[in-house]
Design a protein. Structure first.
Lengths: 266, 148
C-alpha cells in the first residue's frame, strides 16, 4: 500500500487536496474511516479485504465538506456511489480527487466521471446467485406467510437509522422519517413503523441503489435489508433495462418512456 | 352477523378520474358506496407513503387512478407515476403485502361507466379477500379497538 500512501502524501503536500478520506486501523481487527489532513499521517492509510465500508457516504456530509477538497480511496463500490452521486448532481469533477482501487489492488487515477463510467462498464453490478435464490424462495411463499416472515425479520429493528447513515445515497439533510407534522413513520420499534421505514428506505433508493451492501453491513441487528434493494435492482432490470448508474441516462424513477410496460393497470 | 363491508380509499387525479367519477354521479350510475375518494392534483403527486398510511389506518383496499398515458394535464405525471407503481408493486409483493388489494387504473373524464365498474369490481375483490387483518394486527389497530 506504499503507492497509496505516497500518492496521498503528494496530494496533501502539493495542496491539491486538503483531506484524504481513506481506511485506517479500527478497534480490534476492524478498519474504520480516517480523514487525513497532514501528510505525516498518511502512513495510517491501509487497504485490504476488511475495508468494506462505503466511504462515498462522507462526500456529501457537511462536516467533511468543511475540511476542504477531499481525495477519496475508492474501491469499486465507492466508485459506483461516486458515479451515482455525479448523476444526481451532488458532485462535480472539480470537487474530488478519486484514488480508484481495482479488484487486483492496483491504484488508478480517475480524472473524469466518464473514466469512472468506462471502468465500471467492465465491472458491472452482479447480484449473486444466492440472493436470487433467497428472493425466489421468499416470493414462493403464500402471501400471508411472506408478510409474517418479514414482520419477524424486521422485528429486531429499533430504528437506529445506521442503514441510512451508512448509505452514500441517503444524503437528504431532512428525512421523511424525521418529520413529525405529520408523523409519517411511527417512532417506536413497532412492527408498523419498522415496516413503513424499510419500505420507505427501499423506495427512496429504487433505481438509485448501487448494491454496495453498506446498509446491511451497518445494521447492528443483521437484518437482511439489502434483500429489498437487491430485489428492486432486479425489478429495474426486468422492467426498464440494465441497472447501474450512467451519465447518459437519468435515474429510473426520474425518467420514463411512454411505452413502459406493465400488466396490472386497468 | 352483518356482511363485511370493505373500506376502500381511492386516490385519484383531479383532471381525469375525479372528473370521471363526477360524471358517474351526474349520469346517475349507481355504484358501491364503500369508496372514499381523495383528490390529488396529479397521479404523480400520489406518494406511496399515503397508500401505506391508508392500510395502517384500517383501509381494506385502495384504488389509485388517473389520466390515461399521453393524457396527463402536466404531460408526464402519470408516466412517472406508472414507473413508481411498477417498482412499488414489486416491493410490496416481496414483502407479502397483498397487491390484489391495490387496484391501479386509468379513468378519463369521459369514462363515468368505467369508474363505476372499477369501484364495483374492486369492492367485490376485497369482499372476497375479507378484511385486511394481517396489516391491522401489525398496525395495532385491533389492539386499539380492544382497549376502547
Amino acid at each position: 500500500m506504499i503507492e497509496l500512501i505516497n500518492k496521498a502524501k503528494a496530494l496533501l503536500e502539493s495542496n491539491a487536496v486538503q483531506v484524504v478520506i481513506g481506511y485506517g486501523k479500527g478497534t480490534s481487527n476492524r478498519t474504520r474511516a480516517i480523514f487525513v489532513t497532514q501528510s505525516d499521517d498518511c502512513d495510517k492509510l491501509i487497504f485490504d479485504s476488511r475495508c468494506v465500508q462505503n466511504l462515498a457516504v462522507y462526500l456529501t456530509k457537511s462536516e467533511i465538506k468543511k475540511l476542504g477538497k477531499p481525495a477519496i480511496v475508492a474501491p469499486i463500490p465507492v466508485l459506483r456511489s461516486i458515479l451515482e452521486l455525479a448523476v444526481e448532481n451532488q458532485l462535480t469533477e472539480n470537487d474530488i480527487v478519486v484514488l480508484g482501487i481495482t479488484p487486483e489492488s492496483e491504484i488508478v487515477d480517475f480524472d473524469t466521471f466518464a473514466n469512472i463510467e468506462a471502468f465500471l462498464a467492465t465491472h458491472k453490478i452482479v447480484i449473486e446467485e444466492k440472493y436470487h435464490e433467497i428472493i425466489r424462495l421468499i416470493k414462493a411463499m403464500p402471501v400471508a406467510e411472506r408478510f409474517a416472515y418479514w414482520v419477524k425479520e424486521l422485528e429486531p429493528c429499533f430504528k437506529c437509522y445506521a442503514c441510512r447513515a451508512a448509505c452514500p445515497l441517503c444524503y437528504c439533510t431532512r428525512c421523511t422519517v424525521d418529520d413529525n407534522q405529520p408523523q409519517w413513520i411511527s417512532v417506536p420499534s413497532h412492527p408498523l413503523g419498522n415496516l413503513e421505514w424499510h419500505i420507505m428506505r427501499a423506495m427512496h433508493l429504487a433505481g438509485r441503489c448501487t448494491d454496495c451492501e453498506a446498509c446491511f453491513n451497518a445494521c447492528p441487528m443483521g437484518i437482511p435489508i439489502h434483500l429489498l434493494t437487491k430485489s428492486m435492482l432486479q425489478d429495474v432490470n426486468d422492467n426498464f433495462g440494465s441497472y447501474g448508474p450512467s451519465l447518459e441516462k437519468q435515474n429510473t424513477l426520474s425518467s420514463y418512456k411512454p411505452d413502459d410496460k406493465e400488466s396490472f393497470i386497468r | 352477523m352483518t356482511e363485511f363491508e370493505p373500506k376502500i380509499i381511492a386516490f385519484v387525479c383531479n383532471w381525469c378520474t375525479y372528473a370521471g367519477a363526477d360524471l358517474t354521479g351526474t349520469s346517475r350510475i349507481k355504484y358501491a358506496q364503500n369508496v372514499k375518494i381523495i383528490r390529488f392534483p396529479c397521479t404523480g403527486r400520489i406518494d406511496f407513503m399515503l397508500l401505506l398510511k391508508s392500510f395502517g389506518e384500517g383501509a381494506d383496499g385502495i384504488i389509485v387512478s388517473g389520466c390515461h398515458p399521453n393524457d396527463c394535464h402536466y404531460t408526464s405525471g402519470n408516466f412517472h407515476a406508472r414507473r413508481r407503481w411498477i417498482m412499488f408493486r414489486g416491493l410490496l409483493d416481496l414483502l407479502g403485502i397483498d397487491v390484489r388489494r391495490i387496484q391501479y387504473s386509468w379513468v378519463s373524464a369521459a369514462e363515468g361507466a368505467k369508474w363505476a365498474d372499477i369501484v364495483n369490481s374492486t369492492v367485490n375483490t376485497i369482499r372476497e379477500l375479507g378484511p385486511y387483518t394481517e396489516y391491522e394486527k401489525v398496525a395495532g389497530y385491533l389492539e386499539k379497538e380492544a382497549n376502547q
